[in-house]
Design a protein. Structure first.
Length: 134
């Protein structure tokens, strides 16, 4: 739960390059960091949906440099966002290739050690996993 007694809905969790566990709370838009022992050590909340910069995280991954990357729903559709530790957007990309087409669902993202971002997608015209160099 959260420090104020609310419970959260676990949507996603991933380890960063320093061994911290990051958890996405789908109820409140929180991205929370914990030590390996489970102690809270920080995090941030996605901008409110009324903000022009709002986003709703869906999937998390860390790039080789240790920056948090999100597959997120934004005001203009799904995008990939890279954030600093405080949650400020460092970079944003439209989904690559067929993942942006109508009828496609993007379900996961992952980085490899060479800096390639893998995007898993499903749908009749675009199923499979592809990668691109941002």
């Amino acid at each position: 739960g959260l420090s104020d007694g609310r419970t959260f809905r676990l949507e996603e969790m991933v380890l960063d390059t320093r061994g911290r566990l990051w958890v996405h709370d789908g109820s409140y838009g929180h991205l929370l960091a914990y030590t390996r022992g489970g102690e809270p050590i920080g995090g941030f909340t996605a901008p409110d949906r009324t903000s022009p910069d709002s986003y709703q995280p869906e999937r998390l991954a860390f790039d080789p440099a240790g920056d948090l990357t999100l597959l997120a729903e934004t005001r203009v559709g799904k995008r990939i966002l890279t954030l600093d530790p405080a949650g400020a957007v460092l970079a944003r990309w439209d989904l690559p290739g067929p993942a942006a087409q109508s009828g496609c669902t993007t379900s996961a993202i992952a980085w490899d050690g060479r800096g390639r971002l893998y995007v898993a997608r499903s749908g009749a015209a675009c199923g499979g996993v592809g990668y691109y160099l941002p």
